[in-house]
Design a protein around this ligand. Structure first.
Ligand code: HEM
Ligand SMILES: [Cu+2]
Length: 535
């Protein structure tokens, strides 16, 4: 089959060098997509190894130290190398300029620098993990992290470097949305995905420096024995938790806000309706970005903080749930009486909404101090954050990948196979994580390689689910790789979407638009009709 549009960004320079030195936001987005997908599969491999170890009580395939290293490898890879950069750096880079009628981001060179910082940080962290292997978990809790004999330093430094990549990406998005919107594109016409990336960028810029600082302090403690966190030297280990969660709670919204933006786009496109209560979605996005900064203490109910502190942090956490609920109601309002097109992005969207709702409601229960103490540090917490990070964010990532694949590469994929894979992924997910809620409730602690025999059946169920998930991801990788070369040529707008990004060609030319598009209507304005089939 002949290549799609000749002058597209993909064919403008075919050498490796032209990619490595590009300033084009679309190529940078594609590079982030490839890199984050690589780490997603690597992190998935570590997860499967852990699930195999947990198939039987006692020793299955690895010892306790290897298991501790494995969950640290898994957590660090998934959180910092996949979740945090995946949607903003890959899809945000590719789509934000297209959606606001700009030719590129505000600082294209800085954008390229953020790719290199990410690769450097990832290499340093991975090198550390394979050289000596950190065993602290992704949370690096003191005092253990200041005393463990494993190779924590390179892992800390790797994450520290990746932080700069995150900050540069965030700065770029803020400057781009403020300064490069096309004439006529007022704030209240900005597409909801762009709003989500903007809300995320605020957190990236304001919270990430605190992570950088706390990682440096742990490094200082290890290298020169500064006595900041280590009680043996007069330090305070709880101080670490405050600083870490001051970043890491907002960071969970770095992971989930962009997905909410993807869902807002997909819901409109596949029900062919204007977004229901656009303004409420915008305000709740900004609300989440803001309130997310005041809830970190809900990770510390068991740390000895005051009863008043716990109550206040619990109440603030519930406020976040209200903003989340506003979004869920708005999406349901958009779907209601729309002309629904059952395509893979919509299937993932429905999965997303269910898992976000379920995982979020459990979060609200955790915000109640008494219930928290029962579930804290059990498998239940593992299930909660995987419901949101995998059930919601990974579903949204897959929705984005399928929805924008024709835009990015100019090709369609086999839609029936994609729908089947989406259903498989959703079932695999349920089978993996529902047993973990039950395990946690029965008292199975997190981060243990061993357990009493009566927990085995639930662990086996979870491992079976994880295998199904792994198989589903391989199927997706297979048909998407096949489609890159052999998929039917997509045409400019195969879904018949009214999203602004579809106004450029698919794949878009290097400078996005031949003439700057006009913005007389708001985003996602549909005169309802059937969605044409992509393949
Ligand atoms: C509806 C809003 C949410 C509420 C009220 C909430 C509440 C909580 C609470 C109270 C905990 C502490 C449980 C414990 O360790 O005792 C927790 C843990 C956690 N939550 Fe959520 N959560 C919400 C949404 C999210 C989202 C959107 C994400 C991720 C994208 C997330 C990720 C996590 C993670 C990673 C942990 C565990 C961290 C660790 O100890 O390793 N949560 N959540
Ligand atoms: Cu939190």
């Amino acid at each position: 089959m002949s290549p799609p549009v000749a002058e597209s960004y993909l064919s403008d320079g075919r050498t490796l060098w032209s990619w490595l030195t590009t300033h084009d936001h679309k190529r940078i987005g594609v590079m982030f997509l490839v890199l984050t997908l690589f780490f997603f599969f690597l992190g998935g491999l570590f997860a499967l190894l852990m699930r195999i170890e947990l198939l039987t009580p006692g020793h299955t395939i690895m010892g306790h130290l290897a298991y501790n290293r494995m969950f640290t490898l898994h957590g660090v890879t998934m959180v910092w190398l996949f979740m945090i950069p995946a949607i903003p750096s890959a899809f945000g880079n590719f789509l934000v300029p297209l959606m606001i009628g700009a030719r590129d981001v505000a600082f294209p060179r800085l954008n390229l620098a953020s790719v290199y910082l990410y690769v450097l940080g990832a290499s340093v962290a991975l090198w550390g993990m394979f050289e000596g292997g950190a065993d602290t978990g992704w949370t690096f809790y003191t005092p253990y992290s200041t005393t463990t004999g494993t190779a924590l330093l390179p892992v800390l430094m790797g994450v520290f470097i990746i932080g700069f990549s995150t900050i540069l990406t965030g700065l770029n998005f803020i400057a781009t949305v403020h300064t490069l919107r096309a004439p006529g594109l007022t704030w209240m016409k900005v597409p909801l995905f762009v709003w989500a990336v903007y809300g995320t960028a605020i957190i990236q810029v304001l919270a990430t420096p605190v992570l950088g600082m706390v990682l440096l302090l742990v490094a200082l403690e290890r290298v020169v024995g500064a006595g900041i966190f280590d009680p043996a030297r007069g330090g305070d280990p709880i101080l670490f938790q405050h600083l870490f969660w001051f970043y890491s709670h907002p960071a969970v919204y770095i992971m989930v806000l962009p997905s909410m933006g993807v869902i807002s786009e997909a819901v409109s496109a596949f029900s062919r309706k204007n977004a229901f209560s656009y303004r409420m979605i915008v305000y709740s996005t900004l609300g989440i970005s803001f309130v997310g900064f005041f809830t970190w203490g809900h990770h510390m109910f068991a740390s000895g903080q005051s009863v008043f502190g716990s109550g206040a942090f619990g109440a603030m956490s519930m406020l976040v749930a209200i903003f989340t609920a506003i979004k869920i109601f708005s999406w349901l309002g958009t779907l209601y009486r729309g002309s629904i097109a059952i395509e893979s992005p919509l299937i993932y969207t429905l999965g997303f909404m269910f898992f976000l709702f379920f995982g979020g409601m459990i979060g609200v229960a955790y915000s109640t101090t008494s219930l928290n103490l029962h579930w804290h540090d059990t498998y239940s917490v593992v299930a909660h954050f995987h419901f949101i990070m995998v059930g919601a964010t990974v579903m949204a990532f897959l929705a984005a990948l399928h929805y924008w694949f024709p835009k990015m590469f100019g090709r369609c994929f086999p839609t029936k196979l994609a729908n089947g894979a989406a259903v498989l992924i959703i079932f695999g997910f349920i089978a993996t994580f529902v047993p973990q809620f039950l395990l946690g409730n029965l008292g199975m602690p997190r981060r243990y390689a061993d357990y009493p025999p009566h927990f085995q059946s639930l662990h086996v169920a979870s491992t079976a689910g994880a295998s199904l998930l792994g198989f589903g991801f391989l199927v997706i990788a297979g048909y998407l790789a096949w489609s890159l070369r052999y998929g039917a040529v997509a045409g400019d707008n195969p879904w018949g979407s009214e999203g602004f990004e579809w106004r450029s060609a698919s794949p878009p030319p290097t400078h996005n638009f031949v003439t700057t598009p006009e913005y007389s209507t708001g985003p996602h304005q549909y005169a309802r009709e059937e969605v044409p089939h992509a393949a």
